[in-house]
Design a binder for this molecule. Structure first.
Ligand SMILES: *Cc1c(COP(=O)(O)O)cnc(C)c1O
Ligand SMILES: [Zn+2]
Length: 408
């Protein structure tokens, strides 16, 4: 199972770079670098059938991932998450073929595990002693977990007001956590200033080529789980964009491998109304988004005011015939419990946003009730359990009548 990785290529200027040296963004233009593979060779060596019976994790696609030596794989069992039919939720929303990709089952409770498994493996393979990230949320937790798995050092920079649970997770995994008086962008400045001389492998979103490779496996899995076809519509909660960018890349790769045809799902980006730079850029016909001022939302994974990969997200949304919609925090909060109760999957705020977004799209006729729709439930509700109101009566076991009355 040899990787068919050949080189890195700039998504903007097309410049190419050797894959086996450490790169962040394109040295020529500062944009996003993507990993490229010898897909002609892969096409003759690797068939869809050859995947049958392989390991139930994203490493079943090892030839199409950038890690060269199996011994360098850093894994906690990420990927190959279930694709679940959701008849009851579909009936509530008014659609007939609704499927859920339950990414909350990944290690550390979110699909960030996919990207970090691959990026940390590459850091190990390329000889980095340490990883670093500016992140206040799930990315930092996943990086810390995979660094612990690999036995590498982890440096995390979070704004002082980052959620205590995320701080605790990073510390639990043994990361060096630094709290920064400032915004996430200030954390990024520190990582880029201190990192190079210290040999840190910077895993900031889309500022290195490998997290997107881990995320692209969502696209491969979706096709394989549907018997090598794709749905009509994909609804995805969008922050930094590695998920949409990664899946869109996977579809192209699979077509070149002869695994799927040219049909693509409509890619629909959902953002929070309090931080919706991609929705605004989409509506205004821009290819680059203007940074969002005063970003505020309970969906922490969507609180990304400016994304370096904005043009890649917007290209994918437009080329697919998709769209971008914003949902309010109030809607997210209500939908979180409604969706959890109608599916048995405890959904995070970001995942709930896809459900709220779909409701809007069905109402406006942008999605039809008979279409096959896949919602990406990117995180587990366990990460947001503090948002669930628990206001219950207390029973006195000696008060028999009182108990009966309260139980109803
Ligand atoms: C990071 C995150 C997102 C946003 O994902 P991108 O692929 O970076 O756009 C969505 N949901 C959850 C739970 C996240 O942690
Ligand atoms: Zn470039």
């Amino acid at each position: 199972m040899k990787s068919f990785l050949t080189h890195l290529e700039c998504s903007a200027c097309g410049e190419t770079y050797p894959a086996d040296e450490i790169h962040t963004v394109c040295p020529a233009c500062g944009k996003v670098l993507l990993a490229r593979y010898d897909l002609d060779k892969a096409r003759s060596a690797l068939t869809r059938e050859s995947l049958t019976g392989r390991i139930a994790s994203l490493w079943r696609y090892a030839e199409l991932l950038p890690v060269r030596t199996p011994a360098n794989r850093v894994t906690l069992g990420e990927g190959w998450t279930p694709l679940l039919p959701a008849e009851r939720l579909g009936a509530r929303l008014g659609c007939e073929r609704l499927l859920l990709k339950d990414e909350g089952l990944n290690p550390t409770g979110s699909f960030k595990a996919r990207g970090m498994a691959v990026a940390v493996s590459r850091a190990k393979e390329l000889g980095s002693p340490a990883l670093a990230t500016p992140s206040a949320g799930n990315a930092a937790c996943a990086m810390s977990a995979y660094a612990a798995r690999a036995g590498l050092e982890a440096f995390v920079f979070m704004p002082v007001d980052a959620p205590t649970m995320n701080q605790a997770l990073c510390v639990a995994y043994g990361a060096q956590l630094f709290l920064v008086r400032g915004l996430i962008s200030d954390c990024g400045t520190i990582v880029r200033r201190e990192g190079p001389s210290r040999g840190w492998f910077d895993v900031s979103t889309l500022r290195e080529p490998y997290r997107a490779e881990g995320k692209k496996t969502m696209g491969y899995e979706l096709a394989e789980q549907l018997g090598w076809r794709l749905p009509d519509v994909i609804v995805y909660p969008t922050g930094g964009g590695t998920g949409i960018v990664g899946m869109w890349k996977a579809f192209d790769e699979m077509e070149q491998l002869g695994w799927i045809g040219s049909k693509r799902p409509r890619m629909i980006s959902v953002q929070a109304a309090g931080c919706a730079p991609i929705v605004r850029a989409f509506q205004e016909g821009q290819r680059h988004a203007t940074p969002w001022q005063g970003a505020r939302t309970i969906a922490a994974g969507l609180r990304v005011p400016a994304a370096i990969g904005d043009y890649l997200m917007l290209d994918a949304i437009r080329q697919s015939g998709g769209t971008a919609v914003a949902v309010s925090d109030e809607d997210i909060r209500e939908t979180m419990l409604e969706a959890t109760r109608a599916t048995g999957v405890f959904v995070s705020t970001e995942a709930a946003a896809t459900v709220a977004g779909l409701r809007q799209l069905l109402a406006s006729g942008q999605v039809d009730r008979e279409e096959e729709i896949v919602l990406f439930l990117t995180g587990s509700g366990l990460l947001n359990a503090d948002l669930v109101p628990v206001d219950r009566p207390v029973l006195d076991p000696a008060d028999v009548e009182g108990c009966a009355r309260l139980i109803g």
